[in-house]
Design a protein around this ligand. Structure first.
Ligand code: 3NM
Ligand code: MG
Length: 518
């Protein structure tokens, strides 16, 4: 087998500790895993003496050869030389790549663990055949993991490999299992560059049936996750083309009456439910995560609004995100106050790390807090003040575009002008009325409105988000201009009226309201 042709798609790393291997025989576990579809095996044993390592490696090599799969040895070049297997895997604390290469020669496969861009760069320049990127998720399997990098960390590495046109292969490692494998593969993709595979220890070695576990994983690595089927990141229109779709989307909400499942804050529960009803959705205000699985099966969308986040609330959000991702139903995330406290910064990280979010909606500082270097930006004092005038338009556009590109989703940054993008064109919407800033919950209810639109029109979440924004903000303008509205207090009921009236007018083919779009 030529080393360029090695398939890294399902890379098994062994573990001989009783906690993971149990009382099973390592060779039998590896053979079962190979039958299931493992494509590469690394023998990793941090405890045994050299003699025992060589003996086990020999037995393993006899098995892997039968399946034409390479055997690599963790750390121990001497053991690889002794058994004449295909190569080694070295960590950052092991011997250097250059030294290993010198001992093993050009034909050997040498892989390197990397957890930072510098380590990746060094490994690529040094002639690694592949890199093991990690640690993706916290894992009890390895007790000395250094950096938990998440899916976004993996994606940054793939951006690097893509822009440097590197031929170095890549797998990721750390907490990968059947529940997250396809998500990790799909969501980490950067430009056209995907991981070559995933590396797992416990998901196979500790499985009751390693063959079944391997077969499942082998399939999942190649299957896009349920939520990916509606994502069309390539969409790009002129504004006029989006406006043409708006009536169809508003009507779709009316006809389908989709569920809008809100996990929202205590302040806006009531008005958010009323907004959902009047744009034509069917609201449920359900904050208990256990319920999400059943609710996700009803074809609606989830709103996660962390306005009054609590430790228990956060766990509920994470459960619900998982359930909606598994059902392939869309999610709107409203990172209320994301940059304001350490608790909210960390909740934002966990929520964004928990799964795929279809639409992120927030004000300037909230959106900035969702970016990978958000914390730094905030520290540098470019956080938006109450007037929201600290960034220029070009900077705002690039922040939302980069975030949407990174997350393959739609990002809405609200302000006097709202910016909406799927990572390609950035659309600006300047409708709305100042009364919206004088009553509570108007920002949160926009999230609810968007959830109704993307649930009813999942085939195009960018257009659906813009439709929601226009429906909502033009209703505010119409309400504010009414003779019976004399200020923020009378504005609220009039706003609900106008949300309702826009919907009915649209269903009847009267699109006069949409002429206000700007
Ligand atoms: N290396 P599991 S994490 C062997 O981050 C190893 O470099 C890691 O085990 C790294 O699949 C890890 O059971 C253990 O989570 C991965
Ligand atoms: Mg090592």
């Amino acid at each position: 087998m030529r080393k360029q042709d090695v398939d890294y798609s399902l890379y098994l790393v062994t573990d001989s500790t009783p906690a993971i291997l149990g009382t099973k025989d390592i060779c039998q576990v590896v053979e079962a895993a190979l039958k299931g579809g493992v494509t590469c095996v690394q023998y990793r044993d941090k405890k045994s003496e050299t003699g025992a390592l060589i003996e086990t490696a020999r037995r393993l090599h006899a098995v892997t050869k039968k399946y034409h799969v390479p055997l690599l040895i963790n750390d121990r070049v001497d053991v690889a030389l002794a058994v004449e297997c295909e190569g080694v895997h070295i960590g950052q604390d092991d011997m250097t790549l250059a030294t290993a290469r010198k001992s093993l020669g050009q034909d050997a496969i040498i892989g390197v663990t990397v957890s930072t861009l510098e380590e990746l760069d060094t490994a690529c320049r040094g002639g690694a055949d592949y890199v093991g990127i990690g640690t993706v998720f916290a894992t009890p399997t390895k007790d000395d993991t250094k950096h938990i990098i998440g899916i976004v960390g993996v994606q940054q590495m793939l951006f690097y490999l893509s822009s440097s046109r590197s031929k170095v292969k890549s797998v990721c490692i750390g907490g990968i299992n059947a529940a997250n494998a396809s998500q990790v593969m799909w969501q980490s993709m950067a430009k056209e560059k995907t991981l070559d595979g995933v590396a797992v220890v416990s998901a196979i070695v500790a499985a009751e049936d390693p063959e079944v576990a391997a077969r499942d994983l082998a399939r999942l690595v190649k299957t896009p996750p349920a939520f990916a089927t509606h994502v069309r990141a390539e969409e790009q229109y002129r504004s006029a083309e989006i406006l043409e779709r708006v009536p169809e989307i508003v009507r779709a909400v009316h006809e389908k009456k989709p569920l809008s499942h809100n996990m929202t804050n205590l302040v806006v529960q009531n008005v958010a439910a009323n907004v959902a009803l009047n744009v034509g959705a069917s609201p449920i205000m359900a904050n208990y995560g256990e319920e999400a699985k059943d609710l996700a099966g009803l074809g609606g969308a989830l709103v996660v609004n962390m306005g009054t986040v609590t430790p228990e609330g956060l766990e509920n959000y994470l459960k619900a995100i998982k359930a909606y991702n598994e059902a392939g139903q869309p999610i709107v995330y409203d990172p209320v106050g994301a940059g304001a406290t350490e608790v909210r910064r960390s909740a934002t990280k966990r929520i964004l790390g928990a799964g795929y979010i279809d639409v992120i909606k927030g004000n300037q500082s909230e959106i900035v807090s969702c970016t990978p270097d958000g914390a730094q930006l905030q520290q540098r004092g470019v956080d938006s003040g109450p007037t929201g005038t600290d960034y220029d338009v070009a900077k705002l556009s690039s922040v939302v575009r980069d975030l949407a590109t990174l997350r393959k989703n739609v990002v809405v940054m609200t302000g006097t002008t709202d910016y909406v993008t799927n990572g390609k064109t950035v659309y600006a919407v300047s409708n709305g009325h100042e009364y919206m800033g004088m009553v509570t919950g108007t920002g949160c209810c926009l999230g609810t409105t968007i959830s109704a639109m993307i649930a009813a029109y999942p085939q195009d979440k960018l257009a659906a988000t813009i439709a929601g924004l226009l429906h909502y903000e033009i209703a505010a303008e119409l309400a504010a201009e009414r003779d019976d509205v004399r200020g923020p207090g009378t504005f609220v009921p009039a706003f609900l009226d106008e949300l309702y009236r826009i919907r009915l007018a649209t269903v009847q083919g009267d699109l006069a309201w949409l002429k206000r779009a700007n």
